[in-house]
Write a protein that binds this ligand. Structure first.
Ligand code: FEO
Ligand code: CA
Ligand code: CA
Length: 690
């Protein structure tokens, strides 16, 4: 496997801040999470027992030999509806990406390869509900914002209604108040109406969209073109905000830990916060995931002493001045003050299930999937027809989880599957490497066996009726999941972001975005660099290809960075033909099984969307497909089932500046930026990437 390669180009290094973003994003998005000590202070080892490793590897290899064939055969019983035809096997052979990759760079625009077009679908402030006024930057109100498209788009889900109409779900992860309002400093000085506007700009949107047919589609019934908001009758349109009534469901619902003065039953909560990525269920609902919820709370220093350790494990400040730099939602709603309502924070940090076809339905916070800084929630179907959901906890040194349902998925029935995510088993991942510890030196150079690889196990934390962690009840496992996983001996990872299964092979891929806090001596085979500035991609092959398995093999096919750097690896592909990439974040697949990776903190220019084959002789040939405007990260991405559209969501354009000092004015270029969703298509109607 070639480790030294001819040089292609010299890339100017932009020294990353913290994990790889500007300090400003860190403040607004995650409350400066990377500038505090990592909340995982457990003494879990960074590396498995190497002696046991050498012994057990033979067994795993035997299992793998069976598994390799079985994986493809088992396929995926149900991928996200946007990618139907699960397990169609087209990924085998030598899938190839035929677009001409674009170069890393900067600019206040969305760039796409030759032959492709792009257009904005919907922007922050666009009216989406009846009675919503047109957006007016200088006359914003919370009432208007609650009927307009929200801020900072992240996860994008899509369901087609017919050939050229669809439902778009978009997460509104957080707000950049300094870009939304002139002269903003922080929540202590903010006008209460501005705080209420920010609360209304969080959450998510469901909007009906329509494709503008350019009449260039290939094949019967195929059309092509960009998408825009549907006008007129839009019966599915809905806004979810930080105040929308929601239900807590599953085994922890009603537990003492979830009860508050306003909700003595512990089953009703208002709103969802910091929803990052997500997924679609095969029964047509949306899973949207609460991530950096810790930053919305103040008063932790005055919370009951016995509640503080759990708060701190989630990064909630429990010492000093917890109010400065905060958005101060508590100035509008007292429940965000933990000195008065210490359990309120226990009601955030969940996977929320929403039925996009019923605008009156109550969103459900599914406690069975645990409480942590959930990145996304993508599923596979087990061999016996149950649902496995893969879950990342995006924090330095936190964990990868899996939920497996007790019940089987009943095809086509939204109602029949409505309780599926309320009972089952929650697992956390423990990884073991198969190379000697001394060969993993933190540089990223491959060990002598030529791979960062090994095997692992899914450690059960609890079922809906039984806890497997000593000293924890089922509800305690599900509300204080990080603490339970510490005790279970999970492996500390480099910020697990999106996790998604390939529709072609059933293998599971996880983006580990970066971890600049990992010391060289803390490098291990699944997290082989210390510090890890640029991130890597982890591949998991479940035993016998079954998503219900409790054992798996894993390897690291891509170690991100500048390909000129020896400590990078692109599945053995000629690195002179590969584009630099850093901070992989959100993942999706096309029908061929090519992996699409969006970045959050590209070190060499603006963030973007990249694609790479994961099978065959082109495996590792990574190219850049799209670049987002100045200051933005590239969220989404999603490829529609007909393979004619990619949706991306440039989040926080203009990050690094402010309204008074704009670094981006995309997309309208009239003074300030507007986070938006973009559709990309081929001008001659070709399938994306082909
Ligand atoms: Fe919101 Fe983990 O990115
Ligand atoms: Ca190895
Ligand atoms: Ca993300």
């Amino acid at each position: 496997m070639p480790q030294s390669a001819p040089r292609r180009r010299s890339l100017p290094l932009i020294e990353p801040v913290g994990g790889g973003r500007s300090r400003q994003t860190c403040r607004f998005r995650c409350g400066d999470a990377c500038f505090h000590q990592a909340p995982n202070t457990s003494d879990n080892t960074y590396f498995g027992d190497v002696a046991t490793a050498a012994l057990s590897r033979r067994n795993v290899l035997r299992a793998g030999a069976v598994g390799a064939g079985a994986t493809a055969a088992a396929g995926l019983g149900g991928m996200a509806p946007a990618l139907a035809a699960p397990g169609n096997g087209r990924g085998r052979g030598n899938p190839r990406l035929k677009f001409e990759g674009i170069e890393p760079g900067t600019g206040d625009a969305v760039e796409v390869p030759n032959g492709y077009k792009q257009r904005v679908v919907v922007r922050w402030g666009d009216p989406v509900l009846p009675g919503a006024p047109e957006f007016d930057f200088t006359a914003q109100t919370a009432e208007a914002q609650a009927k307009q498209f929200g801020y900072n788009c992240d996860y994008v889900g899509f369901q087609s209604l017919d050939r050229d109409r669809g439902l778009l779900w978009v997460n509104h992860e957080y707000t950049n108040e300094n870009l939304m309002f002139a002269g903003y400093t922080d929540g202590n000085d903010a006008d209460p109406e501005q705080i209420s506007i920010a609360m209304a700009a969080h959450g998510g949107s469901i909007v009906e969209i329509r494709r503008e047919d350019e009449g260039r589609g290939r094949g019967r019934g195929r059309s092509t073109g960009g998408w825009r908001l549907s006008q007129g009758r839009r019966r599915f349109n809905r806004r979810i905000t930080a105040s929308t009534p929601m239900e807590l469901t599953g085994p922890a619902a009603g537990d003492e830990l979830l009860r508050t003065e306003a909700d003595p039953d512990g089953t009703r909560v208002l709103g969802m916060l910091n929803n990052c990525a997500g997924g679609m269920t095969p029964w047509g609902t949306i899973l949207t995931c609460e991530e950096n919820f810790h930053q919305y709370f103040v008063g932790g220093e005055e919370a009951p002493e016995d509640a503080k350790p759990a708060m701190a494990r989630y990064g909630i400040p429990t010492e000093g001045d917890t109010r400065s730099g905060n958005r101060r939602f508590d100035r509008v709603e007292e429940r965000f003050d933990l000195s008065r309502h210490p359990n309120e924070a226990n009601r955030f940090g969940y996977v929320v299930e929403i039925d996009p076809y019923d605008p009156d339905s109550t969103p459900k916070k599914r406690t069975m999937l645990g409480r942590f800084k959930h990145e996304g929630a993508n599923h596979r179907t087990t061999r016996d027809g149950r649902i496995a959901v893969y879950l990342g906890d995006d924090e330095r040194f936190d964990y990868i989880y899996k939920f497996v349902s007790k019940g089987r998925y009943r095809k086509g029935s939204r109602r029949g599957n409505s309780g599926l995510l309320d009972s089952g088993t929650l697992y956390v991942a423990k990884f073991r490497g198969d190379s000697p510890e001394k060969e993993i030196d933190g540089s990223g150079e491959l060990p002598s066996d030529g791979a960062f690889d090994g095997w692992g196990e899914w450690i059960p934390l609890c079922s809906d009726s039984e806890s497997f962690v000593e000293g924890f009840s089922v509800a305690e496992v599900l509300v204080h999941t990080r603490l339970a996983a510490d005790k279970a001996g999970a492996t500390k990872m480099d910020r697990p972001e999106d996790i998604e299964a390939s529709p072609a092979t059933g293998k599971i891929y996880c983006a580990l975005t970066n971890n600049s806090a990992r010391e060289p001596g803390q490098a291990d085979e699944p997290n082989p660099r210390g510090p890890n500035r640029y991130g890597h991609i982890l591949e998991i092959t479940e035993r016998h290809g079954d998503a219900a398995a409790t054992r798996f093999r894993w390897d690291v096919p891509i170690v991100c960075g500048n390909p000129e750097d020896e400590g990078t690896y692109f599945a053995g592909y000629d690195k002179s033909k590969v584009t630099a990439i850093s901070s992989p974040d959100n993942l999706t697949f096309d029908r061929q099984g090519n992996l699409w990776i969006s970045t959050d903190g590209m070190a060499w220019g603006n963030d973007g969307l990249f694609a790479v084959p994961m099978e065959g002789k082109h495996k590792g040939h990574l190219k850049m497909f799209a670049r987002v405007p100045n200051g933005a990260e590239c969220c989404g991405p999603l490829i529609t089932e007909d393979q004619k559209t990619v949706f991306i969501a440039p989040q926080h354009p203009g990050d690094g500046g402010s309204y008074d000092d704009p670094q981006s004015t995309w997309p309208d270029h009239n003074g300030f930026p507007r986070p938006s969703v973009v559709s990309i298509w081929h001008s001659r109607g070709k399938d994306i990437g082909s």
